[in-house]
Design a binder for this molecule. Structure first.
Ligand SMILES: *Cc1c(COP(=O)(O)O)cnc(C)c1O
Length: 230
């Protein structure tokens, strides 16, 4: 399958799921996950109309950055180390992976130094998995509260990497819980934050995620075919 065929297929599936949840294709952001993918293929996808690209690793983003068509939004979706923030603070459109106060504090400090406001999502470990980064859902309120003093970061929403499953249906409950948390936090802090992005769903389960309220799906293999690591 070509990238175009894959992208058309994904768009159709996104549209179906969006309609099921009372929305439209345009209401959902399709983020192309480009780890391990070379820049020619990334530019091929961009030429088809995708506007949002996500990388896990700062180093990989920096290597590809000069060769990628510039009118796109770069997302940081992987665990971020504080000493790497300075390289991406002005390049990133949205950081999905804020998972500690230390990290948030350092993003805020550098954002202030650069005179910018940085949009972030808080990563939630919805499956409570030892192998995953992210804040436990029961700690999410306190975590958000402790970020409110940081004036140079803007909390735009929540992100999760759901457990690895064979059947997308097995993650439906996790996605539903994410949406509940999203709404509760929004209501609870409505004087201070206004979250509008719920980043959940990957190649295996994006339809279910959208049905349960995702506004942004992160898709790698569904667009580029199976990933091979060197
Ligand atoms: C790799 C990755 C994805 C995409 O996974 P696919 O299975 O290729 O769709 C999404 N989100 C994060 C954080 C990832 O690391």
């Amino acid at each position: 399958m070509s990238i175009k065929e894959n992208y058309d297929y994904v768009k159709n599936k996104v549209k179906e799921a969006a309609i099921k949840s009372g929305r439209k294709l345009e209401d959902i952001t399709i983020l192309g996950v480009t780890k391990t993918i070379d820049t020619d293929r990334i530019n091929e996808l961009i030429a088809l109309g995708i506007k949002d690209i996500g990388e896990n690793k700062v180093q990989e983003l920096l290597e590809k950055y000069p060769e990628i068509d510039q009118n796109i939004n770069w997302h940081i979706i992987g665990h971020l180390q504080t000493n790497k923030i300075k390289y991406i603070i002005e390049k990133s459109y949205l950081i999905h992976s804020v998972d500690s106060i230390k990290l948030a504090k350092e993003i805020d400090r550098l954002a202030n130094q650069n005179g910018v406001i940085v949009d972030v999502l808080i990563q939630i470990n919805i499956g409570n998995e030892d192998s995953k980064f992210g804040i436990k859902s029961e700690d999410a309120y306190d975590f958000v509260k402790s970020l409110l003093d940081f004036k140079n970061i803007r909390i735009r929403g929540l992100m999760t990497i759901a457990p690895f499953v064979e059947e997308a249906e097995n993650n439906r409950e996790h996605f539903r819980n994410m949406r509940k948390l999203f709404i509760d936090i929004n209501n609870n802090f409505n004087d201070n934050i206004c979250m509008d992005i719920l980043s959940m769903g990957m190649s295996i389960d994006y339809q279910v995620a959208i049905e349960e309220g995702s506004t942004l799906v992160r898709i790698g293999q569904g667009l580029f075919g199976r990933r091979t690591y060197n």
